[in-house]
Write a protein that binds this ligand. Structure first.
Ligand code: GLU
Length: 426
């Protein structure tokens, strides 16, 4: 099977048919700028020493310092981190944030480590990559199975190494360590603003629109709740263990509460302090993807929809909150079924957008209210969603290609500004 990065490159190839860019630009964007592999020794609680594999990839910095999260997951590989860094490059350009793209990861199952071990691992990772990152070079953030506390340890460790408090080196930190209000909910908020911008164009209204959300982490649980609160009928949700479905709709706030206290998802309906289990069926993650719903929101991991299951997808619209949930071989199948796909590099860009706001606040030393952050986020998401929608109409192409074209034009400007073959031979 082809690598994730070569699959990601297929989308670039397709978009290149719609823009005329100097060959220099195309050449530059095919390869990551730098990839670092590190071994992180960690003293475990039982006294033994375990060595973990970690990665950090800086894909392209022609628009600014590179930016992207760090994921802790058993399936992390260099190939995965490179494609995630590629997506970050296009994502930052798609929403016009002055950053290039990067990503990091450590191969492990974080659920098997104690909190002490996780702290030592997080600090050890920064010891290993400290010369590769920096507030003007490359700025990490949270991703799958990493959170504000982990970002706090990482910022603290970097500050110890540099002997300077350096809040701008990492985003998604705890508020008390220079984090931004609204960062925790930003990915879901951004996706919500994108959905709300698109919905009227599809002639739809939240009431009567059914939704299935795959993934119940920071992005999935929050988007499910935002949609529930706005009046959408959220009929199915899932986590890594499986999902639940109820035709009449699920009470998402109660499910979030039950997930927090029991670590599982149950279809509970709460009134006051009394919670009743409501009629629901238990489904698998694969079944959730194939439900007959209006909107499907994959908010877990990559490659969930491929040529193997694409023909069974029944949703009318897919909003990619995860990075890379649809493999490129599924694109033509979904298109032939008339399913509209709203791409990750737009839909989940709210996270990195508020990361950018956090970095700006760290640099100016002035902190914004939650209202200010959300208002700025809404402005950016609405504007770029409108532009990508318009590009798709103009070029008569799909929304993913339109988003890549939109991003490519901006990346092209950054690369071109440094001179291309055409300038030198003029
Ligand atoms: N991990 C998030 C993403 O994939 C956020 C990255 C960031 O905030 O830098 O977009």
């Amino acid at each position: 099977m082809s690598s994730l990065l070569s699959d990601a490159n297929q989308r670039l190839e397709k978009a290149l048919r719609y823009v005329s860019l100097p060959q220099d630009v195309v050449e530059r964007l095919k390869y990551p700028k730098a990839s670092l592999t590190v071994s992180i020794p960690v003293r475990m609680d039982d006294g033994s020493l375990r060595v973990f594999q970690g990665y950090r990839v800086r894909y392209d910095d022609s628009r600014g310092p590179t930016k992207g999260g760090i994921r802790f997951h058993p399936n992390v590989t260099l190939d995965e981190v490179q494609s995630l860094a590629f997506w970050m490059t296009f994502k930052c350009a798609a929403v016009n944030i002055p950053y290039g793209g990067a990503k990091g990861g450590i191969t492990l199952n974080p659920k098997e480590l104690s909190k002490f071990e996780l702290e030592r691992l997080s600090r050890g990772y920064i010891d290993a990559i400290a010369d590769f990152i920096g507030p003007d070079v490359d700025i990490p953030a949270p991703d799958v199975y990493t959170n504000a506390q982990i970002m706090g340890w990482m910022m603290d460790q970097y500050s110890i190494i540099r002997r300077q408090i350096t809040p701008g080196v990492v985003t998604g930190k705890p508020i008390a360590m220079g984090g931004s209000l609204g960062r925790e909910t930003a990915t879901a908020m951004g996706a919500f603003y994108a959905i709300q911008t698109i919905l009227p164009k599809l002639g739809r209204h939240p009431t009567g629109t059914s939704v299935a959300v795959q993934g119940f982490g920071n992005a999935g649980a929050v988007i499910a709740e935002l949609l529930f609160n706005a009046g959408y009928r959220v009929v199915a949700v899932s986590d890594s263990q499986g999902g639940i479905y109820a035709e009449q709709g699920l009470d998402i706030p109660s499910i979030r509460q039950s997930k927090e206290s029991t670590r599982g998802i149950k279809a509970v309906y709460c009134e006051g302090t009394v919670c009743n289990i409501i009629e629901h069926s238990v489904i698998t993650n694969a079944e959730l993807l194939e439900l007959n719903v209006d909107i499907l929101v994959p908010a877990a991991l990559e490659n969930q929809i491929t040529a193997d299951n694409a023909h069974r997808i029944q949703a009318r619209y897919i909003f990619e909150v995860a990075n890379g949930p649809i493999r490129s071989d599924a694109d033509p199948i979904l298109a032939s079924k008339g399913i509209l796909v709203f791409p990750d590099i737009l839909v989940n860009a709210g996270g990195v957008t508020v990361s950018y706001f956090e970095w700006v606040q760290n640099r100016i030393g002035i902190y914004w209210s939650l209202e200010e952050v959300n208002q700025k986020l809404k402005g950016m998401m609405t504007q770029e969603t409108e532009r990508i929608w318009a590009t798709a109409q103009e070029l008569a192409t799909d929304l993913r290609t339109a988003a890549y074209v939109h991003a490519l034009n901006r990346l092209g400007e950054g690369i071109r500004a440094r001179g291309t073959r055409e300038d030198y031979l003029k």
